[in-house]
Design a protein. Structure first.
Length: 357
């Protein structure tokens, strides 16, 4: 007679599996059930790729178990063929099926790579719903700081820290950069992650299709405050979005160059705050790493380099920045391009009148 402990041990694994299944059934897998059309199409790719791979994985697992049972030592009726070494039919299956799967995955990947290119303007806001002809995408400039997020709305003239709001069913164009190190802009309900790098700009075209509050964060480790580098993403109806903008404009804070240089300094658990006004050209200065007016902008430096550079004479202007994040390294003073050098440059057919910012 089987003892009770043995019965309990036999039921232990099925019980654990059943409990795990019940727990997972209550999970909201946002990647496979997102609120944005781009993320939804990316989730469909995950499902398609998984099903294609299961065409091989499931039979292999099933056959492994079947062979272990069929050719066990105690089964004397199993065929014993010690000299068997080749089967054309089996070779065709072993190599043909994976080859067909790779071709299918390659075709799906190639098509999706173009259709879901983050730089590609949206041609639809949801399945069967093209973008209306009169609707222009909302532009949001994103700056990854240590360790917080800055969102600038150039059309509305406002900005926010660790909070972003967009209208439902309206295309959004995110222009993304970073102040010091590489980060990733990621809202699982909206679209896949896009890297932001200092001195460079990446783009993401996306749309949110359902009102709600979603989580956004950086998925690229960037230092001590990385764990709390999160922001709230609000999907709002158009009237609610306009109210959000009006609330931001009703404040007194202004995102000037000086305010940005203070914000740029590393800080943890930065609270949500909004700015009623933003200095003109601030994002361009951030992108070109010359918010500090003692710096020469990157596009200016590249223009000088394209004209042959300043040689050894330009090295004396390098120094430690006096404002902003001191970890950003040496700056190039605006003295590199003085009125005298500008006059000389104006006569040069290469530089063509380059002036300091």
């Amino acid at each position: 007679m089987t003892s009770l402990p043995k019965i309990l041990r036999a039921l232990r694994m099925p019980t654990v599996l059943l409990a795990a299944t019940m727990l997972l059934s209550g999970c909201d897998l946002v990647v496979l059930n997102p609120a944005g059309d781009i993320a939804s199409r990316q989730g469909d790719l995950i499902v398609v790729a998984t099903l294609l791979m299961l065409i091989v994985i499931v039979p292999v697992i099933a056959l492994t178990l079947w062979f272990a049972w069929r050719y066990r030592a105690s089964n004397r009726s199993a065929t014993y063929a010690p000299d068997w070494d080749h089967s054309t039919q089996l070779e065709l299956v072993i190599w043909g099926v994976p080859l067909l799967i790779i071709i299918a995955l390659g075709a799906v990947t190639w098509i999706s790579t173009h259709l879901l290119d983050p730089y590609r303007p949206l041609d639809r806001i949801a399945e069967g719903r093209p973008v209306p002809a009169h609707v222009e995408p909302l532009e949001i400039q994103v700056v990854a700081l240590d360790w917080k997020w800055l969102f600038i709305y150039p059309e509305q003239g406002v900005a926010a820290v660790n909070e972003v709001a967009v209208p439902v069913d309206r295309p959004v164009l995110f222009k993304i950069t970073s102040s010091s190190v590489m980060n990733t802009f990621y809202v699982p309900a909206l679209a896949g992650m896009i890297y932001g790098m200092p001195g460079m700009e990446t783009k993401l075209n996306a749309v949110i299709n359902a009102p709600g509050e979603y989580e956004g964060f950086s998925a690229n480790y960037s230092g001590a405050g990385f764990s709390h580098m999160r922001f709230r993403f609000h999907g709002l109806q158009e009237t609610d979005f306009q109210r959000w903008v009006a609330d931001a404009k009703s404040g007194e804070g202004a995102l000037t160059r000086a305010a940005y240089l203070e914000l740029e300094k590393p800080s943890k658990r930065e609270p949500v705050r909004r700015f009623a006004r933003v200095d003109d050209g601030l994002y361009k200065a951030i992108l070109n790493r010359c918010v500090d007016t003692d710096r020469l902008c990157m596009d200016q430096m590249m223009a000088i380099d394209a004209g042959g550079g300043l040689g050894m004479d330009g090295l004396g202007t390098l120094g430690t920045p006096r404002r902003g994040d001191p970890r950003l390294g040496a700056y190039v003073s605006a003295e590199v391009c003085t009125p005298e050098t500008a006059r000389r440059a104006a006569m040069s057919p290469v530089l063509g009148g380059l002036m300091a910012p």
